[in-house]
Design a protein around this ligand. Structure first.
Ligand SMILES: [Zn+2]
Length: 181
């Protein structure tokens, strides 16, 4: 039998930047309690490293399902104090890739939801997501869909003079001005 901590880190490997403290079975949902590591963080104002804690707060984000059940991650995040005289600002530590600012889902969950709603818009998408233990309203599905980057148009291998003129006419703002004639 492997160590329980090792099993937790295997199942929740996407949360590896965090320290997982507890995993609770809440029936149809799994609640993971985690915190950020104790290491130093650079001040966004002056770049000085600091571990001085000003306070803590909690953030809750939904993560990709485990065992066909929803996963809620409750993370204790630090507010740190910059040690630089004259800067002294406090700031919340950021965890890009796991906790994005103002988002209630981890980026990888948003990515998976995006893949579904891109193929199945409207009710079909939300029905498919509920089977996959990703609960989502149609409004949220639409918002996620609209935030998705648009597919890049294919770039023609050879551009003729007419093509160039057409593109300039269509999107004048996206082209740099040509040489003066
Ligand atoms: Zn600073």
């Amino acid at each position: 039998m492997r160590d329980v901590n090792e099993l937790v880190s295997t199942v929740f490997s996407g949360l590896s930047p965090l320290v997982v403290q507890d995993v609770a079975d809440e029936g149809e949902r799994i609640r993971v309690r985690a915190r950020t590591p104790d290491g130093s963080v650079a001040c966004p104002g002056c770049g000085a490293q600091t571990t001085r804690v000003h306070g803590y707060h909690e953030r809750s984000v939904a993560d990709v399902p485990v065992d066909a059940r929803r996963v809620l991650v409750v993370v204790r995040v630090r507010r740190l104090v910059c040690p630089t005289r004259g800067c002294r600002q406090t700031f919340r530590e950021q965890l890009p890739g796991v906790l994005e600012r103002y988002q209630r889902r981890t980026p990888r969950l948003t990515c998976q939801i995006g893949a579904v709603v891109r193929e199945l818009a409207g009710r079909a998408g939300t029905r498919a997501l509920s089977v996959l233990a990703m609960r989502l309203s149609r409004h949220t599905a639409l918002r996620i869909l609209l935030r998705l980057p648009l597919p890049q148009p294919p770039v023609p291998r050879l551009l003729g003079v007419d093509d160039f003129a057409f593109h300039r006419a269509a999107w004048p703002g996206s082209c740099s001005p040509g040489p003066a004639i």
